[in-house]
Design a protein around this ligand. Sequence first.
Ligand SMILES: Cc1cc2nc3c(=O)[nH]c(=O)nc-3n(C[C@H](O)[C@H](O)[C@H](O)COP(=O)(O)OP(=O)(O)OC[C@H]3O[C@@H](n4cnc5c(N)ncnc54)[C@H](O)[C@@H]3O)c2cc1C
Length: 378
Amino acid sequence: MIVQSATEIAEDFSPEYWREKDKTHTFPEDFWKALVEAGFVGILIPEGYGGGGMGMVEMILAMETLTSQSCGLAGQWFLCLTSIFGGLSIAKHGSENQKKNYLPKITKGMEFCLALTEPDAGTNTLNTQTMAIEEGNGYVINGRKTFISGADRAKGMVLITRTTPLEKVPKRTLGLSLFLVDLPNPAIEVMPIEKHGIHYSKTCEVYITNLKIPKENLLGERDKGWYLILDTLNPERMSFSAAASGIGLLAISKAVDHARQRSVFGVPIGSHQAIQFPLAEARAKIEAARLLNYRAAWLYDEGQPCGAEANMAKVAAVEAGIQGVYHAMQTLGGYGYSVEYDVERWWREVNLIRLAPVTHQMALAFIGEHVLGLPKSY
Ligand SMILES: Cc1cc2nc3c(=O)[nH]c(=O)nc-3n(C[C@H](O)[C@H](O)[C@H](O)COP(=O)(O)OP(=O)(O)OC[C@H]3O[C@@H](n4cnc5c(N)ncnc54)[C@H](O)[C@@H]3O)c2cc1C
């Protein structure tokens, strides 16, 4: 049912629609409305709060289907920002009041963002400098975040700060906390960053100056934020793996149509092995990556450790997805480079997944240490 419903939504938003949104840097309001109305935004939210009460397996099925049916990355992006960053974090670790306050609103389309990355910490989240200092009945927060997607429109933010300085914690992974922040807020300045693709959604610098929030806005236990956020970051990885596979399938299907019709030496170009085999190889790798990602999602839904599978699925999916789009571009020849044929847009989109949400190198470092049992490499 999820696949069927996602296919129907995707069919309503043509390649022309996405080309135009990308070109004009416009948020796809009607697409977002369709996701909300069909219940996709609430998939991960328990039924008692108005959601679908389903899990990551269903979420990645939805994302894979949407991304593979003309939406491209948009089919995953908006669901990740709101449903995973906001919905899942609150459903997992929120107090009863926080759940009652935010979850029903999220199912109705309240947008969220996640503010984790900092300019000086980068991949090394434990070097987070943004600091929340307890004062009276609340916290005062100062700091700076970068690359925060959707911060320009979101009405809610999951903000990661230090609550205890690094030099005062017994273990580096302690001392971080998560906060729920309502947006817009006069203490928070948001500045979009010009980027390479995904122009229908903004990614922003975020400056936080003397932001005062009550203690009730702490999400989960103080100083344990690193452990809590992993319950959001692993699903985020799975969601980007679903997107990489979906975009790969989308590009391959476009390439196959073209390769059947285009004939330059008297036969369709798809009859040449040089065109056919790389597409076939990418397709096979995408199928393997999808299965690994379903396994990661299933483990997550079962409450079992899933970090190894989530990282391995990410590594496999992004390589397979990039290979699919790369060879689709080769198959289309010059048309692959022209905006009208969409492959160049998917190329810009799929390449992000090597850099974010976790870089390819850091995913490999995780596998090296936790799957292979080698010494930590950094
Ligand atoms: C379009 C976009 C949207 C984003 N959206 C969000 C968002 O919504 N919220 C959010 O919090 N963040 C977001 N990010 C941030 C993203 O998660 C980070 O850019 C990413 O984690 C990498 O951090 P960095 O850019 O600081 O790279 P750096 O940490 O500077 O790393 C640079 C390079 O060095 C490599 N490297 C660093 N250390 C090691 C090591 N020990 N071993 C091997 N290689 C290493 C990295 O793998 C990488 O290739 C977004 C980024 C982009 C581009």
